[in-house]
Design a binder for this molecule. Structure first.
Ligand code: TYD
Ligand code: MG
Length: 460
């Protein structure tokens, strides 16, 4: 028999190396390489593939039309529309869903809360490796969860958990959390890459063979990645991140990977005294408490998944006390901000040299869409010149390096959302005006082909 090989796996990124390093060559983290047994050795028996007989699987080939899978039938609603949307319409039978997030963000709360609705028609086994049954019961009472179909067990042994699932056959299994699960045959500690990978594999086999959906909680490390992300993310069907700032009650659920739906959707929740509450109108929440007479503020409209969301962009441009000015961007890409400043300097002649620039998207919201460019540029310009953007003005549009405004998708939907929230004037790229009947709308829509023209239209 060949000698057992040892590999070193990075607990941050999953990089494998035959020898130990102080620093991971892949992600650059220090002290993250841990001793592990290679995956191939654990799964393959000692018999070599050459000596084992090759199985004939031609009998299991099927034509695609012969396989019956009714999408409506196999999706189970969780009772939280925001979660259902992120999942692509509900929980798919036999799927493995990973819910990641920082400790204390509300993962256990979310999963316990959906047990109430799911428990109406399905039996659920909630496995907790972190809390005692009494603690879960107290939390469930607070959340108003009292379903008679919800069964709890406090256990860390992954093999025992899988065998009890196979024996009791619950219709849904919840594992809280994967970092606390362990397989006793493996020498490494709970939460290490080997344990996480092998436990996930074991749970996946159980979920797929019994066709039960399984929701697994995964904690994220300081960089915001799920511990051993590479080793877990390709095993599961769906990866959801629960994020938000600790000091704000708002939580955003984001799909990172989904085999059964779109990954663009987000779900917005608010943490209150009795658990998580859905926020059906995120724009209203993001715009509440907006100042009406401050320079540097501008409202952007971005599309998140299928919904338009309005968010306030704030910029503060002040004289720097240092030789190298300070520039920060929160909720917006820093490099994108640098490009917009360069365009304002080169194409419009507004100079930011020697000035500190602080950019912030209010409410802990993260804007990734280029359609927010115009609002960011307008906020920067407004702060620089101390001119106030009227509070009933909204803008969107991508800015090109020549200072031109480029078309964005779904302009009509964005305008409708702005109108719904009481805005009176909408400044958009001229090329996005095509097909929009401005007379029919109860909002003034102005098309501009350059940043200059847009600024002129926005500021009286
Ligand atoms: P929890 O679900 O335990 O977080 P995770 O499982 O992601 O580690 O959430 C804990 C936080 O949620 C805790 O700081 C308190 C808060 N919380 C409320 O504000 N209201 C509630 O009803 C509950 C159950 C928790
Ligand atoms: Mg928890």
């Amino acid at each position: 028999m060949a000698k057992q090989k040892i590999v070193y796996v990075c607990s941050s990124c999953g990089y494998e190396s035959p020898k130990w390093n102080g620093r991971c060559p892949d992600c650059g983290e220090w002290n993250t390489l841990e001793e592990a047994t290679p995956a191939a050795q654990l799964t393959r028996s000692s018999a070599t593939s050459a000596s084992a007989a090759v199985r004939d699987i031609s009998g299991s080939i099927k034509e695609i039309n012969d396989i019956d899978a009714d999408d409506n039938e196999v999706r189970w609603t969780t009772g939280l529309k925001e979660l259902d949307r992120v999942l692509g319409g509900g929980i798919v039978k036999g799927s493995l869903i990973l819910l990641g997030g920082e400790p204390g963000i509300g993962k256990s709360t979310l999963l316990l809360q959906i047990c109430q609705k799911l428990g109406e028609d399905h039996t659920i086994l909630y496995v907790s490796g972190e809390e005692s049954l009494r603690q879960i019961k107290l939390r469930a009472r607070r959340l108003g969860v009292d379903s008679g179909n919800l069964y709890l067990v406090s256990e860390n042994d992954c093999e025992a958990v899988c065998s009890v699932i196979a024996k009791e056959k619950p219709e849904i299994a919840i594992i809280d959390s994967i970092q606390t699960m362990n397989i006793s045959a493996l020498t490494s500690a709970s939460g290490s890459v080997t344990q996480v990978r092998e436990c996930t594999n074991l749970l996946m086999k159980t979920a797929k063979s019994l066709e039960i959906p399984m929701l697994i909680v995964g904690h994220v490390n300081k960089d915001g990645a799920i511990a051993g992300p590479k080793v877990m993310e390709h095993i599961v069907d769906c990866v959801l991140y629960f994020e938000g700032q600790k000091n704000l009650p708002y939580r955003i659920l984001r799909g990172i990977k989904n085999r059964f739906g779109s990954t663009n959707e987000i779900g917005v929740f608010e943490m209150c005294g009795s658990g998580l509450r859905e926020v059906a109108n995120p724009s209203e929440m993001l715009l509440s408490g907006r100042p009406s007479d401050a320079s540097g503020c501008c409202v952007a409209c971005v599309i998140e998944g299928s919904r338009p969301i309005l968010a306030e962009v704030q910029a503060l441009v002040t004289k720097s006390a240092f030789n190298v000015p300070r520039r920060t961007a929160t909720g917006f890409d820093y490099n994108r901000m640098a490009i917009l400043i360069a365009v304002l300097e080169k194409r419009l002649g507004f100079f930011f040299g020697g000035l500190d620039v602080y950019l912030n998207v209010v409410g802990g919201f993260d804007i990734g869409e280029p359609a927010a460019d115009l609002s960011v540029a307008l906020a920067l310009y407004s702060s620089l010149t101390d001119k106030i953007v009227p509070p009933d003005v909204i803008t969107f549009g991508e800015i090109g390096l020549a200072g031109e405004l480029r078309a964005v998708q779904r302009a009509e939907q964005r305008i409708a959302e702005a109108q719904r929230l009481g805005f009176n004037k909408c400044i958009i790229p001229y090329s996005s005006m095509k097909g929009i009947d401005t007379r029919r709308l109860g909002i003034e829509v102005i098309g501009a082909d350059t940043v200059q023209k847009a600024f002129r239209a926005a500021l009286p």
